[in-house]
Design a protein around this ligand. Sequence first.
Ligand code: SRM
Ligand code: SF4
Length: 511
Amino acid sequence: MCGSCGCSPPEDELSKVELIKASSNLLRGDIAGELTSEQPQFTDESTQLLKFHGVYQQEDRDRRKEARRLGLAKHHQMMVRTRIPGGIVSADAYLAHDRIATHWGDATMRVTTRQDFQLHGVLKGDLRAAIREINQALLTTLGGCGDVERNIMCCPAPVVDGFRAEVAHWLAALVAELTPSTGAYHEIWLDGEPAVQPVTTQAEPLYGPRYLPRKFKTAIALSGDNCVDVHANDLGLVALRGAGGSLSGFAALVGGGLGRTRNKPDTFAAVAQPLATVLPHQVVALSRAVIEVQRDHGNRAERRHARLKYLIAERGLSWFAEQVRSRVGFALGSPAQVSWPRVEDHLGWHEQGDGRLYLGIFVENGRIADTATLHLRSALREVVETVRPQVRLTAQQNVILADVSREQRATIDALLDRYGVEHAAAVHPVRRLSMACPAIPTCGLAVAESERVLPSLIREIETLVDEIGLSESPISVRMTGCPNGCARPYLGDVGLVGTTLGKYDVFLGGD
Ligand code: SRM
Ligand code: SF4
């Protein structure tokens, strides 16, 4: 960004990714052409563009050493992330992901910390089939990653009341407004026809040809229930209850983000700060304006400083608020301070409020798999096939089965017992709240283990916590394989952040 006026820097100062986006013809690039080649991997340029389509090119890092020794190429594989607003998945869509994991993935599904599904280990040649199947189940991977609005999170508890129905309405409105509108996704993955001629008729009215300077994240928390970790987002919205329990408005918080680089103090984790309060019908315009300010003024030269938090740190919150106000054309209400009485995880059996029930099931570190000790994937598949509940993914990497009748409760309990799936009440409170990112072997940025080591470590911590008499305390331990903060370690009571293989920085007292 130009220091004085905030305009875009000259071409020669733009980051490489900016140039790739700008010349991609709205995210087409040559993805379609490369899909038809025999090569097991995409070029660097397509790898960048694929992120916007929900696809990360990765490598099986466990096989790296052996491949090097044998002089073989890297074992390339793709991670596919389905964008799931509010974490709501139909029974059909759940089963579609389960099938993809079997046919084309690594036989696991992963619930992410932003309520999405990730499928790992998909080979390039199977990518189109996998994405088509996700779309046939009425979900999309478009915008799962990339410099756009990411999955919009929302409290997934399926409680039936007017307040939540209103929040769901505005969530859907935000998703409709902020989803990229390029036709590239359809052409490449769904019609199967590569874009022979560059198509320039379609436009991106919100994003423009360069999209945003960096990823942009939004979450909606409900007053009193911050299960989504709203403060970690570029834009956090807190739905406020008015008289009679209806939705009175949203408190907007801006500039949250956790990524940092070790030994680079000019990069930092930040919690979102109160910006304004708006009426329900103003929330879409407000969100759009916040994104537009970041689009026009965010740093496009240095990706490490391109998130909204750096723009706000540099220009100040009052400058930012004034920019937003001038775009929305209505007065912004005073910022509201928000506070959270306790940590919600929505696990166990609960009444929905309409005579039906929901069950929150603990999924250790989000990994739905069949292992030697637990057949969780088979258990959930059989439950979903038999009872056909709606499935909801939580921001703590767990699963909720919704819309269950009283008669079906016994069937579900029996099935889960048969597969040895623990009831939430039997899971140690420390384990219930623990989270780990995938790290090695799939994440290319990991410098230490996370998901593979937390299970044994957390059991040691459980023993320790019992010994010192804190068994009932909701202590959250969150681990990541690098300082990027994907399991939000800086917001947990204990954050373990990998710095190199076998070494972790320990953060205490996040809230
Ligand atoms: Fe993340 C990059 C996994 C939530 C901050 N994140 C990555 C990548 C894609 C690695 C890469 O760029 O090559 C990881 C893929 C690993 C793998 O093998 O699957 C990855 N992030 C994840 C997930 C799957 C972790 C999980 O345990 O569930 C989460 C997917 C969420 C989703 O569905 O969209 C995930 N990532 C987060 C969060 C938490 C959140 O958003 O609430 C953060 C911190 C909040 C934030 O954004 O600041 C987060 N991920 C990052 C960053 C640092 C961003 C920054 O501003 O510096 C990166 C690296 C980057 O973007 O350059 C990153
Ligand atoms: Fe990878 Fe680091 Fe995110 Fe873990 S925190 S998934 S190691 S980028």
